[in-house]
Design a protein around this ligand. Structure first.
Ligand code: ATP
Length: 306
């Protein structure tokens, strides 16, 4: 299948490898096990999700106070919609989503879920409502079953198997030495990237969150695995508000909205067709990918690698 790769993306990936390894640990532990790092109002209420509508309202954020990484970002996503975040490496795509998960708090502006400022609700209720599937699919040392049920401790065996089936993982799990009881994770059985990913997709399906954050895989998998992953992702994202840092052509093209980030700002925003019509950065990247032009015009190369 065809992939949509941003110019310099692979270059950036090498530079980012070390960063990513650190970030993945931060993601898992920051997200699940350390919920009280951020200040929480003692009167914070539980987040009540009805439609899953998400609004970014003039959001600003910097990792340190001298540099803003996210600048005046605004966009709305209706419940059930899919939004694809695209842009060159370092543009701020992951950061924009980390703010939704409150791995960091915004410096200025607001993010609202169904009208509630996420800064005013309990972290536990926020994170219960959001599923997170990343390309650094993380499994802890425990059985496959425990890995799927992580975050859904009251799930029955039937529900776990159902989730694994929906994630196209049941078959390979059954073929493991001890099936669902096989130990996975660092000292466990060796699983491929595509298998680990489908286990984390099963985990997200079981959790059944209204909102989903998807850091799509760029890992090298064969066409068959790619198809299985795509199918399971389609099931996972159906009827959920989905934010995707997308590398797959199909995800981007079919998204309800595409937000093009560059240097922390929303530079373009619309559907695939609208952005082609606009004829700017997105359209030019698309033309390169489609082989219509050989390389990105100079002005965009400069902007994208700045
Ligand atoms: P990529 O496509 O490479 O993943 P991205 O668009 O997701 O990039 P971010 O990961 O959000 O971009 O990074 C935006 C900027 O913030 C980059 O300059 C990056 O170096 C910086 N950054 C990211 N994480 C941190 C951090 N934990 N501390 C300080 N700076 C960070």
């Amino acid at each position: 299948t065809q992939r949509f790769i941003w110019p310099m993306a692979q270059f950036g990936q090498i530079i980012n490898m070390y960063q990513r390894a650190r970030a993945s640990a931060e993601r898992i532990f920051g997200l699940m096990d350390e919920p009280s790092r951020l200040a929480q109002d003692p009167d914070a209420e539980e987040l009540a999700v009805s439609e899953g509508r998400v609004e970014y309202d003039d959001v600003n954020f910097g990792y340190d106070e001298n540099e803003r990484t996210v600048k005046d970002v605004s966009f709305d996503v209706d419940g059930g919609e899919t939004v694809a975040l695209v842009g060159p490496t370092g543009a701020g795509k992951s950061t924009v989503l980390k703010l939704l998960l409150r791995m960091y708090d915004v410096d200025d502006g607001e993010i609202r879920i169904d009208g509630q400022n996420i800064g005013d609700v309990t972290l536990s209720s926020l994170r219960r409502s959001i599923g997170y599937v990343s390309q650094d699919s993380y499994l802890f040392y425990g059985t496959v079953k425990e890995n799927i049920a992580y975050g859904s401790f009251d799930a029955s065996d039937e529900e776990i198997v159902e989730a694994a089936k929906a994630a196209e993982a049941h078959e390979f799990i059954e073929n493991l030495p001890e099936g669902y009881e096989t130990m996975a994770g660092e000292r466990g059985v060796k699983l491929s990237g595509g298998q680990r990913q489908r286990i984390t997709i099963a985990r997200a399906i079981l959790k059944d969150p209204a909102i989903l954050v998807l850091d799509e895989a760029t890992s090298d998998v064969d066409t068959e695995t790619e198809m299985l992953i795509q199918r399971s992702l389609d099931r996972l994202t159906a009827d959920r508000t989905t934010f995707s840092i997308a590398h797959r052509l199909s995800t981007i093209k079919d998204a309800d909205q595409i937000v093009v980030l560059e240097d922390g700002q929303v530079k373009e925003h619309g559907t695939h067709d609208e952005l082609l019509e606009l004829g700017e950065l997105y359209a030019n990247l698309w033309a390169v990918q489609a082989g219509e032009i050989d390389e990105l015009p100079e002005e965009f190369v400069e902007r994208a690698t700045r």
